[in-house]
Design a binder for this molecule. Structure first.
Ligand code: UD1
Length: 424
């Protein structure tokens, strides 16, 4: 298995281009199942997860044209040869479950494996199923599979989510585009990726309003057409590099950054004493820290526009070298502190108590071998390794390849000393 060898202590100086958003791309790709015409996605991130979903789509009969390394992907679902997504494919990546709603809406039936839990928590799909059932789908859960039918098509409905779920909001939105009548989603998630998906669906002929607010209205249409859509920039990737620059010190400009989507992080970094210059019209964020100390602050993860759970691990790495004590509260997932013991191996002082991690800043981290446990946790170890003195080896980096495009190249371009070591 490959690992990353990081020699820390180098400041980061330069520019980093922000890639297309993984979390948006995965749902946009699923949208191709709603139309017989080609959907072309540009600014596509080349990642293990997006490549994996393209294989799943191909197994359903979608013609995928996406040359290796290319940022443009063409998906043509003129004919579906299968409406079954098997366990082996959905198990590996939870977002695969989102093919259920579009296939059901278009074909009137679909069978998709339940995704199961994952390292960061149980992550059930009950809200996804509640929404589809609300639209009149007949659902049976048998032997780990959801068998869904809507022989006469889905019907518009009012769906009130008991709590906010990004995936369930997107799934319901996808399915409702072809339902008969109007669907209203109440207590919908407001993440920027939801507005990105709605923009794409609207350019395919859907009639969605309110995406990005807590109430989304979808007027069902008879059919959708093909379209071309640019995937929005990845706010989690951008936020991660912003924190890498803040932790290692230096002067880094993120190009093509989704400034408006990063308000909570920008605010947090400023409160820590980091110099942040965000320009929304130029889509740039400049992060500078040259010698000044970092101030410890408390954060609470919340649904958007609050502080994102996907940046919590990276923020913990930053707080481990701040002056003072930081209390980090994780409110979205129940088991998302697995990076804490790994950061401690680098000398961080962190105590986890239930939903809270108490981080007592130390003056210096020191390199050590560590193990990546999930996508965002692994990149927090990279940030800590960049700031640490000496050599850090991050093992099990296949997690990183799921969500960070050309990570070593982007960091090395700013002066980091980071190399991939081929495993056996
Ligand atoms: C998406 C993102 C993930 C991010 C998360 C929260 C993708 C591919 N992934 O995940 O990176 O961390 O949003 O911003 O876009 N839940 C239920 N029942 C459900 C659905 C969710 O109990 O049917 C729970 C989950 O276990 C979790 C919480 O709701 O505790 C929020 O999950 P959700 O917003 O659905 O996250 P995902 O869409 O899976």
């Amino acid at each position: 298995m490959d690992s990353l060898k990081i020699t820390g202590g180098h400041k980061l100086n330069g520019t980093i281009p922000v890639s297309g958003a993984k979390n948006s791309a995965l749902k946009l790709m699923a949208a191709c199942l709603l139309t017989r015409e080609p959907l072309t996605l540009t600014n596509m991130p080349n990642l293990a997860d997006t490549r994996f979903l393209s294989q799943l789509l191909a197994s359903l009969g979608v013609e995928v044209y996406w040359p290796k390394g290319d940022s443009e992907c063409r998906l043509n679902a003129a004919e579906l040869t299968s409406t079954i997504a098997p366990y082996d494919q959905v198990r590996k990546m939870r977002a695969s479950f989102n093919v259920l709603g579009p296939m059901l809406a278009r074909e009137g039936h679909a069978t998709v494996s339940l995704p199961g839990g994952c390292a960061i928590g149980a992550r059930p799909v009950d809200l996804h199923l509640q929404a589809l059932e609300g639209m009149g789908a007949d659902l049976k859960v048998e032997a780990g599979y959801v068998k869904a039918a809507a022989i006469h098509g889905l019907k518009g409905a009012k769906i009130v989510f008991p709590f906010v779920s990004v995936g369930a909001t997107e799934h319901a939105m996808l399915a409702a585009t072809l339902a008969n009548g109007e669907t209203v989603l109440e207590n919908a998630a407001r993440e920027p990726e939801i507005a990105d998906l709605a923009d794409c669906l609207n350019s395919m002929g859907a009639r969605i309003s309110g995406a990005g607010t807590a109430t989304v209205r979808i007027e069902g249409v008879e059919s959708l057409s093909g379209a071309q859509h640019a995937v929005m920039p990845d706010r989690i990737e951008a936020g991660t590099y912003a924190m890498a620059a803040a932790a290692a010190g230096g002067d880094v400009t993120l190009n093509g950054a989704p400034v408006a989507a990063l308000g909570a992080l920008i605010d947090a970094l400023k409160r820590c004493g980091v110099d942040v210059d965000a320009d929304e019209s130029a889509a740039t964020i400049r992060i500078q820290r040259n010698g000044s100390a970092l101030k410890a602050i408390n954060i609470d993860t919340q649904p958007h526009p609050g502080f994102p759970t996907d940046l919590q691990a990276q923020f913990m790495a930053l707080m481990s070298i701040a002056d003072g004590t930081s209390v980090i509260r994780e409110n979205i997932f129940e088991n998302r502190f697995m990076h804490a013991p790994e950061l401690s191996r680098l000398g961080a002082n962190i105590q986890v108590r239930g939903k809270e991690a108490i981080v007592q800043g130390v003056s210096q981290l020191r390199g050590a071998p560590v193990m990546a446990t999930d996508l965002r946790a692994s990149v927090s170890l990279v940030i800590a390794g960049l700031a640490a003195e000496g050599e850090t080896q991050v093992n099990r980096i296949y997690h990183l390849d799921r969500g960070f495009e050309r990570l070593e190249e982007k960091l090395t371009g700013c002066g980091a000393n980071i190399v991939r070591v081929d495993g056996d």
